[in-house]
Design a protein around this ligand. Structure first.
Ligand code: HEC
Length: 209
């Protein structure tokens, strides 16, 4: 978020209310406003953002009518075509890194000059390697891919077919897979947004340049 750990801590410590809240959340620590504690607090919150009871979950639990025939066809294609190899497990992804363009390099505008994991590891084999993200609730989270260049879920499915599987999916197959992906939308968490502590004169202002 264009911030640094030092600046994040400086910002939090500039507001007495945050210091009090950290003391409460991490009792017994002399200086609880640390970057690691901040990350732990965010993680503890994110762990509550569950989206259970999607039609796909109900289907997995044995309710055969939770998906219609077209959606079941989409699930079958998702497995048979190999999407589940990378987007697998309970979260349908988020478990590993893969090259984007395993079979066919996507258009340059979709990669948008980003070499992916290579920027971190400087290893040739990590060029254009990205995390295969979770596909749960995918209809709710456009735009797609690291570059955010694709807004249409069908288009994203089509690109994946060509880039990752070398499979030119037919319009009907794309429709079915997209229809299936929409069944992964679960009950969304109700988040009550807190009123954040008031800034003080010591609170760093955002740098906009
Ligand atoms: C070889 C591994 C692999 C296979 C096979 C694969 N994907 Fe992906 N998928 C990825 C990676 C890596 C990304 C992230 C690319 C990026 O961020 O630019 C991705 C991204 C996506 C996205 C965008 C997600 C988002 O939140 O932006 C969708 C949708 C998707 N894949 C669907 C599919 C479908 C449908 C199939 C089967 C036709 C498939 N994938 C096959 C690795 C794979």
């Amino acid at each position: 978020m264009n911030n640094t750990p030092e600046m994040a801590i400086k910002t939090l410590k500039s507001m007495p209310e945050y210091i009090a809240l950290f003391k409460k959340a991490f009792p017994g620590e002399a200086d609880p406003v640390t970057f690691d504690n901040m990350a732990e607090a965010i993680e503890a919150f994110e762990a509550t953002l569950l989206t259970p009871d999607s039609p796909f979950d109900r289907y997995l639990e044995g309710n055969k009518d939770a998906l219609n025939e077209a959606q079941k066809g989409g699930l079958k294609l998702f497995m048979d075509k190999g999407c589940a190899t990378c987007h697998g497990g309970i979260n349908m992804g988020g478990e590993a890194y893969f090259p984007f363009g395993l079979v066919e390099r996507p258009k340059a505008e979709i990669i948008a000059g980003d070499t992916g994991r290579y920027k971190i590891t400087h290893s040739k084999s990590d060029e254009y390697v990205f995390k295969a993200p979770s596909l749960r609730n995918i209809e709710l989270t456009p735009p797609y891919f690291h570059s955010g260049k694709v807004w249409d879920l069908k288009e994203a499915v089509k690109i994946m077919g060509a880039a990752q599987l070398g499979a030119a999916l037919t319009a009907e197959e794309v429709d079915k897979i997209e229809g299936f992906l929409r069944t992964t939308t679960g009950v969304q968490p109700k988040v009550e947004y807190p009123i954040l502590p008031a800034p003080t004169m010591q609170t760093p202002r955002p740098k906009l340049d």
